[in-house]
Design a protein around this ligand. Structure first.
Ligand SMILES: [Zn+2]
Ligand SMILES: [Zn+2]
Length: 288
């Protein structure tokens, strides 16, 4: 029997729509064996969509309560989706040590130009926010050069996987999120494929697990999960282990498109997925 798990879950402690209690109830209904909560964090900071620094204690207490409540039925884990923002916040276990999370997801949502001088521009912009923010950021930080922005995204990700100690790489090509709508780069271009290849190699060297993230399908209408089919084939080439996550922000989408995610892994040549349980990673065959 396939053991269903999800480690990338948001609730009202950050920008999710349902309470942790509601999410846990839905997880149990869906027959999840392991449910990990991963509120957005940028410790010791937090924007409006992150877990607020003063709320960490409440978050840990509430997820711990649910862990006990569901003990024997569903394993509940306490995690964070830690922000990679060099100079501000890193998804590194030493940063989150005092909270003793069961695991940590590392994600790049923000990019910036290191050459940027000038106080009139916000220091960072998100690659998965509004089209306006993304296009504005490419213009103000990279002089309108989308290729430079995309290359910066992957350079940040490689730096994150190589220099930070965490467990799961979040949505490894999130930069694609707005590309269906905006077409600001061509995923078939040679330079883009080289970025993916270099990133797949860095991920493999790091020994970290990469997630197949179906959240872009539920939330942004993407036709495929992150990473793209081509990126997945490169990850397979370098033997990178995969886990399956929904990046769910509401109970309705807790295991959305998991069948598509499994098929994407199989199509890339994978025959197993990894899951974290009782403190260690284990693998299982992907059902046909
Ligand atoms: Zn994310
Ligand atoms: Zn997330």
């Amino acid at each position: 029997m396939f053991i269903k798990t999800n480690y990338h879950t948001h609730c009202t402690f950050c920008d999710g729509k349902n309470s942790a209690e509601e999410v846990a109830l839905r997880g149990a209904e869906l027959g999840l064996a392991v449910l990990g909560f991963s509120s957005h964090t940028a410790w010791p900071f937090g924007t409006k969509w992150h877990l607020q620094p003063r709320e960490y204690g409440t978050y840990l207490a509430e997820i711990s309560r649910l862990k006990e409540k569901y003990a024997g039925t569903m394993e509940i884990l306490i995690g964070f989706e830690g922000e990679y923002m060099r100079g501000f916040s890193l998804p590194d276990k030493s940063v989150y040590e005092e909270f003793k999370p069961d695991y940590l997801i590392g994600s790049v949502h923000y990019i910036f130009s290191e050459n940027l001088k000038g106080a009139a521009v916000p220091p960072y912009f998100t690659v998965d926010g509004s089209a306006e923010e993304l296009l504005g950021g490419i213009k103000s930080h990279f002089g309108g050069d989308a290729k430079k922005a995309v290359q910066t995204y992957f350079a940040f990700e490689r730096d994150m996987v190589q220099s930070c100690d965490f467990d799961i790489i979040g949505h490894a090509d999130l930069i694609r999120k707005k590309n269906g709508e905006l077409r600001f780069f061509d995923e078939n271009d040679e330079w883009y494929r080289r970025e993916l290849e270099e990133t797949a190699r860095a991920i493999a060297r790091s020994g970290k697990v990469t997630e197949i993230n179906t959240g872009g399908m539920s939330r942004a209408g993407l036709p495929t999960p992150y990473p793209s089919p081509y990126f997945l084939s490169l990850l397979k080439k370098y033997d990178v282990p995969l886990t399956l996550n929904s990046d769910s922000h509401e109970v309705r989408t807790l295991t959305d498109f998991f069948d598509v995610g499994m098929k994407a892994a199989r199509d890339a040549g994978y025959d197993e997925l990894w899951y974290l349980s009782e403190g260690s990673w284990k693998s299982q065959k992907i059902p046909l």
